[in-house]
Structure formats: C-alpha cells, structure tokens
Write a protein that binds this ligand. Sequence first.
Ligand code: AMP
Length: 303
Amino acid sequence: MQIARTIEDARFMIMEAKTRALQEGRSTVTGLVPTMGYLHQGHASLLRRAKEECGVRVLSIFVNPIQFGPKEDLSRYPRNEDGDFQLAEENGVDVVLLPSVEEMYPRPIQTSVRVAGVTERLCGASRPGHFDGVATVVSKLFNIVQPDKAYFGMKDAQQVAVIEQMIFDLNIPVEIVPCPIVREADGLALSSRNVYLGGEERRQALILSETLRLTEGWLAECQGDFAAVKEKMAAHIRTMPLADIDYVDLMLYPDIRPVYGLPQEEWTGQRLLAALAVRFGTTRLIDNRLFELGMPKGAISNV
Ligand code: AMP
C-alpha cells in the first residue's frame, strides 16, 4: 500500500498500480472510497466492496473544511492516521490519498459545484452550504483519481442522491455504488462521531435505530397518512430526555421530496426515505432507512 500526500504523487502511484495490474493480468478498473478518516467497519465495508469489484483501489482521507459550517465540529473532528492505514491495508487498498488542506485548496477556491433540488431538505436545509462543499470536493477527487467506480454509504443517503444527480447532470463517467449501512450489534449506525458520545448519550442514541425499526410497522398501517407517521417517530425520539431533534422526515427517494399530502398515485411503488438527525449533547447523529411504498411489508432497508 502506498501513501500519497500530494495530488501529483497520487496520480503517479495510481498509474503505477494500474500498470502493475495490467502486467499481472488483473482488472484495471479503479475504485475510489472517499472518506474523512477515523475509519471504522462502515468504511471497511466500502473498501471490501471496492476490493471485490476493482483491480485498483484508492482510499481518500480528507476532512474537507468547505463542507463544515462555522459552528460545526471541523476543528475537533477525530483523526487517527495510523489506525486508518492499518484498516486500509487489511482491506486491500493500493493507494491512500491523504492531502493537506493546502494541497487541496492552495488558493481560495472560486469555483464550486452546487446541486439544487435534492439539497433543499434534510441536511441541506439544516447545514447550509454543506452539500456545495461535498459536491465540490467529490468533483475534485474524481478529477484527481479518475475512478471508474466510487463507493458511498447509504448512512448518508442524501449525499448519495446529491452525487448521483451531479454525475448525471455533468456527465461524469463514474459509476456510483451505494453500500448498506453498517451498525453496531445493538443497532447504532457506525459513525466516526460516535466517539464523542458519553455513556448515557450512547445508550439513549439507540432510539434512532429503534425508531426506524418501528417506522416500518407505522408505515404499514398508516393508509397514506405520512404526517401521522412522522409525528409518531418524533414522539418516540422525544421519550429520550437527551435527544434534541434537528429533523425527522419522510421523503421520496432519490428526489428528497416531501411525501405528505401527495395523491396515492405519486407515491405508490416509490422509495421512501425515513431520515433522522438528532443531537445528543454536542454530537449530531444521523440515521435513515429506505422503504418501498405500496407493497405489503415491503421494507427494503439498506438498499
Ligand atoms: P465519512 O468518513 O463519514 O465522510 O464517510 C465516508 C463514507 O463512508 C461515506 O460514503 C459514508 O456514507 C460511509 N459510511 C460512514 N458510516 C457508515 C456506515 N455506518 N455504514 C456504511 N457506510 C458508512
């Protein structure tokens, strides 16, 4: 495994890895797994999928300042280079791209990629500018690495919708591979930010996955009254005194369009994203689950 701290080194190492793959008669399909580091088994699942499908595997680790708001956790975002390298090596990474902020943004950036529509709700509404930062850095990473495939977790389902929209609109020749959410045994979705949680916060945070589990039954019985389901979800989360709701919502996916009040023809057979963002102390957690509407017991979580 090689480690590139500059864009030039990364391009050279990726070219070498492709040449090696070609010489050894292996696939030269190149897979990119973009991350912000402090890797866990959720990231590892993306790396393993890339290993199955690609002969050349690139991991990027970059805590992207332009996707953080002024009051967010950029300065305290957790880091662990050595742990990340070990997990990357164990999961078949060929090249790690680990650029500094100066390497990625040597001058104030004057160009940005802004996806409208799918960014209007959920995290797009509660974190203004966040998805501009994400779309811009992912475009840069795609141009640096030139992958054939890129792997993203459905933990950030709206992010997947944003990137899919971006590559469609801009004809970017990268196949997006959405990967299922990886959870702890007790249901908590893995996240680098889970390390911030105190013991009691960690215990109460289980309300997120529990609410999403219960939502399946509430949806099955709701007869199109999605506003009532949303209310039940919020009420269930509020049973935990430390839970401070940012949003609880039900959106058609991948449009990220509210489902409330729509005629049945507009939602039957569509996918519905149940999405949560909840603060426990200073830690904001997100979780979600995808359902197929209009099919009996048709939960298709982890699509
Ligand atoms: P991050 O480092 O948080 O920016 O995440 C990098 C990638 O890993 C994103 O595509 C995330 O959606 C994905 N990811 C993070 N947590 C999980 C998880 N628990 N299960 C699956 N994918 C995840």
